[in-house]
Design a protein around this ligand. Structure first.
Ligand code: 5AD
Ligand code: SF4
Length: 448
């Protein structure tokens, strides 16, 4: 069959879609050039906010309605919302053919066969304690790739649905990760992003047995720091990124690994969620404002050029104007390079959902706008300071807006747009002198 996968949500989902694409191809199916041509369409769904679920449900509704004009079309759903709703999803989208949980992607070809045989309402939801299979997958053309290292999350922040849909923490064996990345590097990948809900918890719950044949050159003993070192040393890998992180993981060893391994990018995505101690406590984040700022201070002391980005939630239950101002001031004090701001959305079954969602929608919107405007100014100022500097950029290819220019990312994860050299190949590391800066983008010229 010709298949197409429509992905919502985070990088973890992007990576899962790549896996499913590989599994389907191994089962003899092929990728459709467009969704219109596909006879199997899978929606990879997200549950993190109500809106994300509404989008996926809307999309599934449209696809199932299209079945009337496209006889034989099979529609399935995977990902976090499929896991959360389980068989309930067939009440919302009755014409849906199959739903598969977050740790059962390997079952998809079998479910497709059942659907082809005429079965409907096929549902395989994961037991969230089962050890998932994480098939290798990569589309073979890009010079960057995502690699999942840690599945699940057990932190249980009070607002978050992820532990309920992604299950218990499970760290993949180090040897398996290294083998996957070695194969990616042979296929031309230069930059990998190690993925997990809280990557610095890698190897803390289940042992991951680091290969003792590779001596640790930096005296690192913590599993995540050791994994960074092992991945950085894989021939062909020029850059290593990782996401997402938590202040408790910003140990001296992590900072030492980041500083001493030139392949590890100078960027950390470190969600703060709030700057108010009262709200942080209600969110069960496990750190205070001072603790968070201490982590950013230690990172910057060791690596003055590190870019720090964050996630913030506005309008958590009980968030007052004064709590909100604390978030504003924390963002200023931390000097974030970029920030993703979200309006609080109660998720069924989470501890916070038992609290009244008492910040009115219009006020959440206002707080969101204020933080975005602050961040735009801050981002513009920070980027302005980079004008005149030379940034190392992984050239990815023609820029989306203007194909005569190329774009790539700096070590600090900023998009850099530049005039290419005719001989330039995607995947090359080039030096670009920054000539102009916008809040989200740097512009510059190649330094030969
Ligand atoms: N409401 C709003 N935002 C949320 N996030 C997670 N759960 C919620 C929720 N219930 C945000 C957090 C997280 C990001 C991926 O999504 O900021 O870091
Ligand atoms: Fe990713 Fe969380 Fe959305 Fe699941 S719910 S897709 S883990 S952001």
């Amino acid at each position: 069959m010709l298949f197409s996968i429509h992905t919502y949500g985070c990088q973890m989902n992007v990576r899962d879609s790549e896996s499913v694409s590989a599994i389907l191809q191994a089962a003899g199916h092929s990728q459709a050039a467009s969704e219109a041509e596909a006879d199997l369409i899978i929606v990879n769904s997200c549950s993190v906010r109500g809106k994300a679920e509404d989008k996926a449900l809307g999309k599934l509704g449209l696809l199932c309605a299209a079945k009337r004009d496209r006889p034989g079309l099979i529609v399935g759903v995977m990902g976090c919302m499929a896991q959360r709703l389980g068989p309930e999803i067939f009440k919302r989208v009755p014409a849906l053919d199959f739903a598969v949980g977050t740790r059962r992607c390997g079952a998809i070809p079998r479910m497709v066969r059942r659907a082809l045989a005429g079965e409907t309402g096929i549902c395989e939801i994961s037991d969230l304690l089962e050890t998932p299979d994480v098939p290798d997958a990569h589309d073979g053309t890009a010079c960057t790739a995502f690699v999942t290292i840690l599945l699940g999350c057990e932190r249980r922040c009070s607002y978050c649905i992820v532990p309920d849909v992604r299950g218990a923490e499970y760290s993949r064996p180090a040897a398996e990760i290294v083998a996957e990345i070695t194969a990616l590097a042979r296929g031309g990948v230069r930059e990998v992003t190690l993925l997990g809900q809280s990557v610095m918890r890698y190897g803390l719950k289940n042992p991951v047995s680091h290969d003792t044949d590779t001596p640790d050159r930096h005296g690192l003993t913590e599993p995540f720091a050791r994994l960074l070192e092992a991945v950085a040393n894989i021939p062909g890998i020029a850059r290593v990124r990782f996401t997402s992180s938590h202040p408790s993981g910003c140990t001296d060893q992590l900072i030492q690994a980041m500083r001493s391994l030139p392949q590890v990018c100078r960027h950390l995505h470190l969600p703060c969620q709030s700057g108010s101690d009262r709200i942080l406590k209600a969110m069960r984040r496990g750190y205070t404002r001072a603790g968070y700022l201490d982590a950013t201070r230690r990172l910057r002391e060791a690596m003055p050029d590190i870019a720090v980005t964050t996630d913030v939630i506005v309008g958590f239950p009980g968030e007052t104007e004064s709590d909100f101002q604390d978030t504003r001031s924390l963002m200023e004090a931390a000097g974030f390079d970029n920030a993703f701001i979200f309006k609080y959305s109660p998720r069924p079954g989470t501890p916070a959902a038992a609290l009244p969602d008492d910040v009115p929608a219009a006020e959440k919107m206002r707080r969101n706008r204020v933080l975005l405007a602050d961040q735009d100014l801050r981002g513009a100022l920070i980027n302005q300071r980079l004008v005149g500097t030379v940034q190392e950029v992984l050239a990815e290819g023609p820029s989306l807006r203007n194909a005569s220019r190329w774009s790539g990312r700096s070590s600090g994860n900023k998009i850099v747009v530049f005039e290419p050299d005719p001989a330039l190949e995607p995947g090359a590391l080039v030096n670009v002198r920054v000539t102009r800066a916008a809040p989200q983008t740097l512009y510059g010229e190649l330094v030969l």
